[in-house]
Design a protein around this ligand. Structure first.
Ligand code: SF4
Ligand code: SF4
Length: 157
């Protein structure tokens, strides 16, 4: 009986807290709409997708592969990103480059974004600054898992 009473008291207490937050947020939002400035920084709704919040420069978004001046990928297929990736979602197939300075290039470079945890280890590990996560693209939803597989064509931008 006492337990049931406590239960209902907590429900009523919780409802009051929710109501209090609703009323104060509504009040300050009305002031803002009327152009009246207050010291309070309330929660603000971004009207996505019409409005978009600026993404911090250090945010890790969709990967991209960097290129050399002649358009070839900067990647030398060293496999460091493949080795360090905790999700094992990078696949690189190395091929011989005729240029002895470059030695190897990625014939295939695939990232399975459906498995990627966006840790950024691949970017940190790359000795050539060949892979970056600074595209600002965070809208990566797809209908099929296959569309989450990004190859050279999709990664070079
Ligand atoms: S961000 Fe992390 S999980 Fe994603 S590909 Fe790079 S190393 Fe792998
Ligand atoms: S992207 Fe960088 S770390 Fe990954 S294989 Fe290419 S050169 Fe090596």
């Amino acid at each position: 009986m006492i337990k049931a009473l406590r239960y209902f008291i907590e429900i009523i207490r919780g409802s009051f807290i929710t109501g209090r937050h609703f009323a104060s947020n509504f009040f300050f939002r009305c002031l803002k709409v009327l152009g009246i400035k207050t010291k309070r920084k309330g929660a603000e709704t971004i009207q996505y997708p019409e409005q978009r919040k600026e993404i911090a420069s250090r945010h890790r978004s969709l990967h991209r592969l960097m290129t050399r001046p002649d358009g070839k990928p900067r990647c030398v297929a060293c496999m460091l990103c493949v080795t360090v990736c905790p999700s094992e979602c990078i696949y690189v197939e190395a091929a011989e480059d005729p240029d002895p300075e470059i030695q190897k290039y990625p014939a295939k470079f695939i990232i399975d974004l459906s498995r990627c945890c966006f840790c950024g280890f691949c970017v940190e590990a790359c000795p050539e600054d060949a892979i970056r996560m600074d595209t600002g693209n965070v809208e990566l939803a797809e209908y099929s898992q296959d569309d989450m597989i990004y190859d050279l064509d999709k990664l070079i931008r």
